[in-house]
Design a protein around this ligand. Structure first.
Ligand code: SF4
Length: 493
């Protein structure tokens, strides 16, 4: 033994260029030095794609090889495929196979995304923060609250401003939070500042936990929509119904639905700004109480009933847009609402509202832009790839899951992380996220756009023994299906 230390080897899969000692992993934990050989630590993920057949039970022929689903064709995803750097090198895998008589090729790489983030949709009425409120993880700003959607709050997290535009710690924390969210893990975040901070735990496919309370239901609609939907069910059981909502609070007797069903005026007075008949904005402040407002007692949104119109004994239901909060009141001789036990018939309507609400979940969509490294790994003339995607000649998938490609320039795409294989995402300390991306197209189109035709290998040549094989996700689509491509429509038209 000469006592000489084995040499470190250099990983060239990203700009960090780690020197890795024998038995150790690089800074991103994706590559390691195994006996002097640079290896990608996670297995390559291959999906049983195409038409699926269940293995026949105890019939003659082949012995069972451990798979319960036989795919007609393997789809090599970029999960575990590795990265090439710098940009001019061809992608790690460029594999071909014939699909229904057409030679197809898939260019497979783990992209390093400096420009990337996640859009989070949280199905809840509860107030999580005002638009543009800063979102923090471990005290570092990682994103902001953006425009709400129907029944959902929206967060925009990550992006180059947080990954590289702030302090080193901000970049590291942002990268870590994005990776965890994309890998379907829970991330605790604080929204807002000072005494208006809401803590939310977000996890893809799971209900949000807001200030320690797990959210259950997404509202059936706004207060006005709920009046329109359930007006008939209340007829004969209540003289007035108020559906409390942070956006639009609905009032049955004034609403068009009530008018068409001949519900008489009740002399009710709502605080807040009247929009159109029976529809009120801003009855209270946003919060985590009734219908996404800050109220716990719904009577606080009412002014005095008009004595010339209201009557003693008037029956009033107040209910939230998820049916989770409700109260039944009758006017006393002074026309003041007094709380009474909820009649069964009205209880059933509150239950009906709740039944019509969908479960509250968090959706996490990864959004990134395919930059120079990615596109140059596909072709020596990268803009042709962009045009080919635009022309529907090239299909973009992430871990086999169909990606939505934004119109306009570049290849900016979004994908639901739940459609992708688990543990699809990694990172490099630049910091940037590593995400799988595949470009699939006809071999003839690949040659036409200046692809690395001499690097094309048949899919059978990909080492499959160590691979992670997955059944297809029915929500993810089939990247090689002919209907993805413009030429299939040209042929049928
Ligand atoms: S960070 Fe990872 S990919 Fe980049 S050089 Fe180091 S080991 Fe290789």
């Amino acid at each position: 033994m000469d006592g000489a230390k084995p040499e470190k080897i250099r990983c060239d899969a990203c700009p960090v260029m780690c020197y890795i000692a024998e038995g150790k992993a690089g800074a991103c934990d994706r590559y390691a030095n195994h006996a002097g050989e640079l290896v990608r630590l996670d297995p390559l993920t291959i999906i049983h794609s195409g038409d699926q057949k269940l293995v026949p039970f105890l019939q003659g022929g082949d012995e069972w090889d451990g798979d319960i689903i036989k795919g007609e064709r393997p789809f090599v995803t970029a999960v575990g495929a590795g990265t090439t750097y710098p940009d001019y090198k061809p992608a790690p895998f460029i594999v071909s196979q014939e699909i229904d008589g057409i030679d197809m090729v898939t260019v497979v790489t783990e992209g390093i995304f400096s420009y990337c983030g996640v859009k989070v949709k949280i199905d809840t009425d509860r107030h999580l923060g005002d638009e543009r409120d800063v979102i923090r993880v471990d005290g570092e700003p990682v994103g902001h609250v953006t425009t709400s959607e129907y029944g959902s709050k929206m967060l925009s997290l990550g992006g180059v401003e947080h990954l590289t535009g702030g302090s080193k710690k901000e970049g590291r924390v942002t990268c870590d939070a994005l990776m965890q969210l994309c890998n379907r893990e829970a991330v605790t975040m604080q929204i807002g500042d000072g005494d208006h901070v809401v803590e939310v735990v977000v996890q893809a496919g799971k209900a949000p936990i807001i200030d320690g309370v797990e959210e259950k239901l997404m509202r059936v609609g706004c207060g006005s929509a709920a009046i329109g939907m359930f007006a008939k069910q209340w007829l004969g059981h209540a003289d007035e119904v108020v559906v409390v909502d942070d956006h639009i609070t609905g009032v049955l007797s004034e609403h068009e639905a009530g008018k068409q069903l001949d519900v008489p005026p009740t002399g009710i007075k709502l605080l807040g700004r009247r929009s159109t008949p029976g529809r009120y904005f801003q009855v209270a402040n946003p919060g985590t109480g009734w219908g996404g407002t800050d109220i716990e007692d719904p009577l606080t949104i009412l002014g005095p009933f008009k004595p010339k119109v209201a009557w003693e004994g008037l029956r009033m239901l107040m209910v939230s847009t998820t049916g989770e909060q409700y109260g039944y009141y009758e006017l006393d001789s002074d026309l003041v609402p007094q709380k009474k036990p909820m009649p069964d018939a009205l209880m059933r309507t509150a239950e009906l509202i709740a039944e019509n609400c969908e479960p509250s979940v968090c959706s996490v969509l990864f959004m990134g832009g395919a930059g120079g490294s990615l596109r140059a790994g596909v072709t020596e003339n990268p803009v042709r790839l962009t045009r080919s995607v635009r022309d529907a000649l090239t299909h973009v998938s992430c871990g086999g899951a169909e990606a939505y490609v934004w119109p306009g320039g570049g290849i900016t795409f979004m994908v639901d992380v739940l459609d992708m294989p688990t543990q699809s995402f990694g990172y490099v300390p630049t910091p940037a996220l590593v995400a799988p991306i595949e470009f699939t197209l006809r071999v003839s189109d690949y040659k036409a756009l200046g692809g690395y035709a001499d690097q094309i290998k048949p899919v059978a040549s990909v080492r499959q023994v160590d691979a992670r094989w997955l059944a297809p996700n029915p929500n993810a689509g089939d990247p090689m299906a002919h209907q993805n491509y413009r030429w299939s429509k040209d042929r049928t038209s």
